[in-house]
Design a protein around this ligand. Structure first.
Ligand code: ADP
Length: 183
């Protein structure tokens, strides 16, 4: 599924983010930036040791913040590392931290002249954020950013598996409807 926002495109794809050809891919890292499981492990395995060498010099990354390295052996030129919230029931500021993780990743892309980037579904694996809620937060934040900034041409969400893809598709359909009602 694909929608246009101003001159930008927002696209949902089912797949594996390590084979993405956008200029940057975003990593759902942990705050040490020293590697982990899930998408983080997959990115480091596919990108090779130079990404970890660069990460070691960054001094970690608090939740909601984003940092950048090169893409090592990946097709993507850059990896933007961000850290989502650990879900603790929803009343501990998780949504705001998740919004910040997306917003700061997009800002990092803009600051580095990156025009296309791909996101995984941050926090919905080991960090336990329910997909239905996380997908709405993620998409709403990216849509707002693209409405306000024209420098990014393409944002892709690479959803790992059918279940994640369908949750994002449902959220995007409902958010687009809500927006068109407001116009
Ligand atoms: P977090 O700790 O932020 O929850 P995880 O890596 O555990 O991070 O999971 C985040 C999401 O990334 C999950 O929905 C998981 O299914 C997905 N994921 C895992 N591997 C990949 C991959 N290679 N490409 C894209 N998404 C992936």
């Amino acid at each position: 599924m694909k929608i246009n926002i101003g001159s930008s495109t927002l696209e949902l794809v089912q797949g594996d983010i390590t084979s993405e050809t956008t200029e940057a891919i975003v990593n759902a890292a942990n705050s040490s930036l020293l590697g982990g499981g899930g998408v983080d492990g997959a990115i480091h395995r596919a990108g090779g040791p130079t990404i970890l060498e660069e990460c070691k010099k960054l001094g970690g990354c608090p939740a909601g913040v984003a940092k950048i390295t090169t893409g090592g052996n990946l097709a993507a030129k850059y990896v933007i590392h961000t850290v989502g919230p650990i879900f603790r029931g929803g009343d501990s500021g998780e949504a705001e931290i998740l919004r910040s993780a997306y917003r700061n990743s997009l800002r990092t892309a803009s600051e580095n002249g990156i025009r296309s980037l791909s996101f995984p579904s941050i926090s919905t694996g080991a960090y336990g954020y329910p997909l239905e809620e996380a997908s709405r937060v993620a998409l709403a934040e990216v849509m707002t950013y693209l409405e306000e900034h024209s420098d990014i041409d393409l944002v892709r969400f690479i959803l790992f598996g059918k279940h994640a893809y369908e949750a994002y598709e449902k959220a995007l359909m409902s958010l687009s409807k809500e927006k068109s009602r407001k116009v």
